[in-house]
Design a protein around this ligand. Structure first.
Ligand SMILES: *Cc1c(COP(=O)(O)O)cnc(C)c1O
Length: 222
């Protein structure tokens, strides 16, 4: 199948209101262009240098999302154009995004990455850390950022019950944030969870933005 066919099949399977971030990391610009020509506008990348090259080579109305671990010293490169950073995993990173956004007169939308998976190595805020961060109201002193929602990755497992419960935890934290921080609620609308292998479960568990790579572009050559 061609990229456009994969895309159309996935789009058709997503309920209204669920957005698709096409994860194009490790795939060449030509493949992104093909997806673009099939109407896709949101693309997710996880490496700054790779994103820089693609951003300068591809149409300017692409909405680029950053989905990988972001080092603070690299924020400056993507600050001029990035549409959404899914993977904000520390208060320090938020401060840096704020600083770089203001240098470009921008306000950058950010998702707080929750650590809900069983793996030890995953980045992100534990649910309580996330709520405690918001309770500190530090975000209110950062005019260059907008807390736009929550992102998470489920445990890497075949156990559907486990995956469901990880997403369910993220949904619960999201709901708590909305309830406890009415000042954030109007701008905090994005629930980013679900990848190629688990997006159907993610949608059932309240995702409204899925990040799908290999089901669109095929396997990645690392
Ligand atoms: C690579 C990646 C994806 C997409 O994974 P697929 O299994 O190829 O759909 C989604 N989210 C994040 C954070 C990723 O790094």
């Amino acid at each position: 199948m061609m990229i456009s066919e994969h895309l159309n099949k996935i789009r058709a399977s997503l309920p209204t209101g669920v957005n698709l971030c096409a994860v194009s990391k490790y795939h060449p610009a030509e493949m992104i262009q093909e997806a673009y020509d099939a109407g896709q506008r949101i693309f997710g990348e996880s490496h700054v240098q790779e994103l820089q090259q693609k951003q300068s080579a591809l149409p300017t109305d692409i909405e680029w999302h950053f989905i990988g671990h972001l080092q603070t010293n690299k924020v400056k490169y993507i600050a001029p154009y990035i549409g959404l950073i899914h993977s904000v995993d520390s208060p320090r990173l938020l401060c840096e995004i704020n600083k770089q956004a203001l240098r470009h007169d921008r306000r950058i939308s950010c998702l707080l990455q929750l650590h809900v998976a069983q793996e030890e190595t995953k980045f992100g805020f534990a649910p309580e850390e996330c709520l405690d961060y918001l309770r500190s109201h530090e975000y209110a002193t950062l005019p260059g950022i907008r807390i736009a929602g929550i992102m998470c990755m489920a445990t890497n497992t075949d156990d559907e019950t486990r995956i469901r419960s990880d997403f369910h935890t993220a949904y619960t934290v999201f709901s708590q944030c909305i309830a406890e921080f009415p000042d954030l609620a109007p701008g905090m609308t994005i629930r980013s969870w679900g990848m190629s292998e688990d997006y159907n479960i993610a949608v059932i568990e309240g995702s409204n933005m899925v990040r799908i790579g290999s089901s669109i572009f095929g396997p990645r050559n690392y």
